[in-house]
Design a protein around this ligand. Structure first.
Ligand SMILES: C[S@@+](CC[C@H](N)C(=O)[O-])C[C@H]1O[C@@H](n2cnc3c(N)ncnc32)[C@H](O)[C@@H]1O
Length: 204
């Protein structure tokens, strides 16, 4: 299935799944996001393109003050409902990641599987960097272009897949700890290839 850059598409996808009592994504956070953020002291965070909020909710459960942003109001409505069930308090913002910048800088921005063409992805990463405090962390993970041939799942349109060079360029100006391909084992034991970026905003 192709990924279409439209909030109407995503609203429909989330609403249809919710109507049949299903989730589009897992309830658990992404394993890499969990791994790299669990060593950080809780502060304030943004989950950009949060979807149903699995990563945002996990961060909130760890004591982070979280703003979950997505252009799909239907996705965020599911996250809000889950938060209420878990007695967690988050901010939910319906906005376009290619234009939205936080008025309050944060200690952590998470971007997970925001699959956009290079120019739009670069804009979203730039906005994420603008939203960071000096010393803040950007943790980004997405389906890599090599996944199309060598991995499972993800968009089938190469224009919507991550290219290491695009990500590296978009993060220029950050202190990059990791920017590379990462093999993720799926629930059914197969391999998906992601791009990961872990970087901090310099204090200087
Ligand atoms: C593959 S889902 C990932 C959701 C979530 N990050 C996760 O890992 O569970 C991609 C999400 O990106 C959102 N999205 C796509 N383009 C967007 C944009 N321009 N601005 C904000 N959200 C966007 C979609 O609505 C969808 O919820």
């Amino acid at each position: 299935m192709g990924y279409i850059v439209s909030n109407a598409f995503w609203d429909d996808r989330y609403s249809t799944a919710a109507a049949s009592g299903e989730a589009v994504w897992s309830i658990e956070p992404n394993a890499w996001i969990e791994q790299v953020t669990s060593i950080l002291p809780p502060g304030n965070a943004i989950d950009l393109a949060a979807g149903e909020g699995r990563n945002a909710l996990w961060l909130a459960s760890r004591g982070w003050s979280v703003t979950a942003v997505d252009f799909s109001a239907a996705g965020l409505a599911i996250g809000r409902q889950r938060a209420a069930t878990l007695a967690l308090d988050l901010n939910w913002v319906t906005a376009d990641a290619t234009t939205w910048v936080s008025l309050t800088p944060v200690d952590l921005v998470v971007i997970a599987y925001l699959q956009l063409p290079a120019a739009e992805l670069t804009a979203a990463i730039s906005n994420a960097i603008l939203s960071l405090n000096a010393g803040g962390t950007l943790a980004l993970i997405g389906h890599d272009s090599t996944n199309l041939v060598h991995g499972v799942g993800g968009p089938k349109d190469v224009a919507m897949l991550y290219d290491l060079e695009t990500v590296r360029l978009a993060a220029a100006g950050l202190d990059i700890a990791e920017c590379r391909r990462y093999n993720r084992t799926t629930a059914d034991g197969r391999v998906a290839i992601d791009t990961i970026l872990l970087a901090t905003k310099p204090r200087r």
